[in-house]
Ligand binder design. Structure first.
Ligand code: BMA
Length: 316
């Protein structure tokens, strides 16, 4: 059984849909905004520098309306860390604060790092600045506090060649000062599909059984990297506790638009949206366009239950 079903009209957005000159559109964050589905898309310009642009759709599948210009552009004068662009956003709705928190990768001279901006309308953004120094990326906030503190999943990677790049979790009283850093999911080793380098994909999704985590594993091969996705489940009250982790990947590049692009063999979701039990996954394909795949919370959880790795010795 395939857990995800690709939309037959994929890709849903390509650079032809961008109303100004650009190279590619991919790795979009997603949320339900009012009655619409909203994507905050990474658009790479023809210099190679990325910014974020909004697209909306009434049904979340068709009829995408792309805004005439960027929603969030690199601002290297006020924010030198954005000199080489802003990439790969993840949106979390924070009901308690009545706002949306967007974590994104800012590409600084010192390497990629994690920055935070908040918004109420996806037109005006308040930049909160850098929250994790380089190298760090693939970050998302949980929508609620744990014991009074915000929690963030992220992926520091200072010495991949020595120790691997693992998924970490950190805590903060105010979303600005972060501490209690700890490894949440280590990359596996050797021949595994998720050996040496992994990262969070969309923000963790709350379910009755715990927080569902979809993460990417990067397999290095002689002909380049393959980006595939696996699942994990975190305890609902204590997200530092990993309850399950899949042994196999659950979704990987297969269709032409996922296999061939600016970077071949990449599926890279930064957003998923839940409507009841249905889950819609919005993913960057081959660093070139955006695809959509459907599944349900029930399918994700039962697949994970069947495929979870009971032998944790295979982890690090
Ligand atoms: C990762 C990120 C993503 C990108 C992927 C494949 O490191 O930079 O933005 O989609 O590589 O190139």
């Amino acid at each position: 059984m395939e857990v995800f079903t690709r939309y037959e009209g994929n890709p849903i957005l390509t650079v032809k849909d961008i109303p100004y000159p650009a190279n590619s559109v991919f790795n979009a964050a997603a949320c339900v905004f009012g009655s619409q589905t909203l994507l905050l898309m990474r658009v790479e310009d023809k210099r190679g520098i990325s910014h974020l642009t909004v697209a909306t759709s009434d049904d979340g599948v068709t009829g995408w309306r792309v805004e005439p210009g960027p929603a969030l552009e690199p601002d290297p004068v006020k924010h030198p860390e954005e000199i080489w662009g802003i990439e790969d956003p993840r949106i979390t709705r924070i009901d308690d604060l009545d706002l949306w928190a967007v974590l994104f990768t800012a590409y600084s001279r010192g390497g990629p790092l994690v920055s935070l901006a908040t918004t109420r309308d996806f037109r005006v953004f308040e930049r909160k600045g850098v929250v994790m120094p380089p190298e760090d990326k693939d970050a998302a906030l949980f929508p609620v506090r744990f014991g009074g503190r915000w929690a963030m999943v992220h992926r520091p990677a200072s010495s991949v060649e020595h120790t691997g790049a693992h998924i970490w979790i950190s805590f903060s009283p105010d979303m600005k000062h972060w501490g209690d850093h700890q490894v949440l999911l280590p990359a596996r080793k050797g021949a595994w599909w998720d050996a040496n380098k992994i990262g969070l994909s969309p923000p963790p999704m709350e379910t009755d059984k715990g927080w569902l985590v979809l993460y990417h594993g990067v397999r290095a091969t002689a002909s380049g990297c393959i980006y595939r996705l696996g699942l994990a489940l975190l305890d609902r009250q204590d997200p530092t506790r990993v309850l399950m982790r899949s042994d196999e990947w659950v979704f990987g590049p297969q269709e032409d638009y996922e296999v061939v692009g600016d970077v071949d063999k990449v599926v890279f979701p930064c957003g998923w949206v839940r409507h009841g039990d249905e889950v819609r996954l919005y993913y960057g394909a081959a660093d070139r366009c955006i695809g959509l795949a459907f599944t349900t919370v029930g399918k994700l959880l039962s697949w994970l239950e069947e495929h979870h790795d009971r032998d944790r010795r295979a982890w690090p």
